[in-house]
Write a protein that binds this ligand. Structure first.
Ligand SMILES: [Zn+2]
Length: 275
């Protein structure tokens, strides 16, 4: 699933082009993709977007008149593309906006499952829809982050992915961040030493910055991730083969030397004894 670096790179790319011309036609939209029915998406026609915003892993497009907010959550397989006038696009996208100059914004989703969502909301409804989200991962300060860690006793991998605690991080960047911080994915958030909290905060900031920089240069997963999905490849720090373990509904990738003092983590779906 796209996380902060991916979604923020797209936001920057889309910000100017989506605001260049008014919307000529809005839709069609796949019935499973559209999550709201009132107002209808056609209500966007004739209006101009103010640009692209991001909240966590979601993209928001407000109309310039301040009346409507188009909210897009791409989930795992959704992709948004801006097509220049005349540029060839997909035949049946999940959602399409046509601008008056002939450019298009299209949402596509690979695979048969339609999980990406589009919401058309009033600004108040949009605020409500996003109210449960915690502070932006790239903006959270070290003191606030320390409070989030202390607030509850959570496995670090789980806490970093919890959008109510901090928003913008998923399983891929949780793997990258915990490796950079040299902390076990199973370590408990309220048992970290102050120095470890600082290290985790610093890793969070620097990994998200690194990710954004590489995504803005158009690099793919294999080059951007150094730990995530690099099973058995040498750790970029110490050369130990990267290991994996199943935890909750996710597969965690980690370096047993850098992060767990040589210990192999146990599958948390089977064993509740080791961390
Ligand atoms: Zn290592």
């Amino acid at each position: 699933m796209p996380e902060f670096p991916e979604v923020e790179a797209w936001r920057r790319e889309l910000d100017a082009p989506v605001a260049a011309y008014p919307i000529d036609r809005a839709g069609p939209v796949h019935v499973a993709t559209l999550k709201t029915f009132d107002p209808p998406v056609r209500a966007l026609e004739g209006r101009r977007l103010a640009g692209a915003e991001r909240r966590g892993k979601r993209l928001l497009f407000r109309t310039e008149d301040g009346d409507l907010v188009l909210l897009v959550h791409l989930m795992t397989a959704g992709r948004l593309r801006y097509l220049d006038p005349g540029e060839k696009g997909p035949k049946a996208p999940a959602f399409r906006l046509c601008f008056t100059d002939g450019a298009e914004l299209v949402l596509t989703e690979a695979g048969p499952k339609k999980r990406a969502g589009v919401w058309l909301l009033s600004p108040e409804q949009a605020d409500e829809e996003l109210a449960h989200l915690g502070p932006e991962a790239d903006e959270v300060g070290v003191d606030e982050f320390a409070e989030i860690c202390r607030a509850d006793s959570r496995r670090l991998h789980s806490l970093l992915r919890d959008q109510r605690a901090i928003t913008g991080i998923g399983r891929a960047w949780a793997n990258e961040i915990l490796h950079a911080a040299r902390l076990s994915p199973y370590a408990l958030s309220d048992q970290l030493q102050p120095e470890e909290v600082e290290r985790l905060h610093e890793a969070l900031q620097s990994e998200l910055r690194r990710g954004l920089e590489l995504r803005e240069r158009g690099l793919g997963d294999k080059r951007v991730y150094r730990i995530h999905r690099h099973l058995r490849e040498p750790c970029y720090v110490c050369g130990t083969p990267i290991a994996q373990v199943d935890f909750e509904e996710h597969t965690i990738y980690y370096c047993p030397d850098c992060q767990t003092h040589g210990r192999v983590l146990k599958d948390r779906r089977l064993s509740r004894l080791l961390r």
